[in-house]
Design a protein around this ligand. Sequence first.
Ligand SMILES: [Fe+2]
Length: 312
Amino acid sequence: MAATVGHSKTESKPGLTTNRAQFIEDARVHGNLYIEQPYELYSAENHEAWRQLFARMGERWQRYANPRFLQGVETLCLDPSAVPRLEDVNKFMAPRTGFKAKAVSGYVPAFLFFDSLRKREFPTTITIRDSDRLDYLPEPDIFHDIAGHVPMHTDPAFADALARFGEVAQTAVQIVKKIKDPTEQVRRTTSIMKAMARFFWFTIEFGLMRAPDGKGVKAYGSGLLSSYGELQHSVESPMVQRYPLQLEWVINQYFEIDHYQPLLFIVDSFENLFEQVGVLEEWMKAGRLDNVSPGEPALSDVDVRSFIDASI
Ligand SMILES: [Fe+2]
């Protein structure tokens, strides 16, 4: 049983397991958000978790993933049997689109995260889930970030849309900094951020795209591409509503993160996605994101302040 690997007597490395990594705890205590990837700390159990996750996704990616994602997996030359080194990933990715995976010790406040995308840096979790909890993980891990997100970053059109989204976060900061009344400033910032978070969720994390042959849909969202169960569910299940992406709907649509998504949106192409990011920015400038529907996602004070206090 794979679940027993980590408890074997031969195991000596501390490991970089989700919620059980001393190295990460120490980095947080010292306030170090950006860190190195201490590759030698990965345990045999960590590599085994990667191997199992990667092995079972292969066939599902072939059936349900956007073709540019499949090309991305090839481009990155990911090792099926070991947790990847970020420097190796970057060697293959950076020459294509300029994007680089950058190791972080934990949660990146919202503006900092979006602004990293503008700079084509992708904050990347380096811990990996427990090998006996392969299916459900509320937190991101290196499998979600590297096997779910990063292959898409090798595609120039997708990469442009993602970096453009980062620019829109800057526009948001310029807008909210001009609001004089502090209460109104927090209220409008929260509304604009909700709209942005919803857009990000229904595209970058859970987006579907029309298949190239026009028949059906394929997944390009990382939350789908890193989930063995939900990837198939998202494309095939009659329990999922799938609609063409409509901005006025997306920005007002709340979502929950602890179960399969019942509603997904379809774009025609990454060029189409790029255009929609531009429309989002226009709507923001016109005040059309100032009063979006309340509800999820909830935003922390830290996230809201990260926009209001950003120095740009
Ligand atoms: Fe993600």
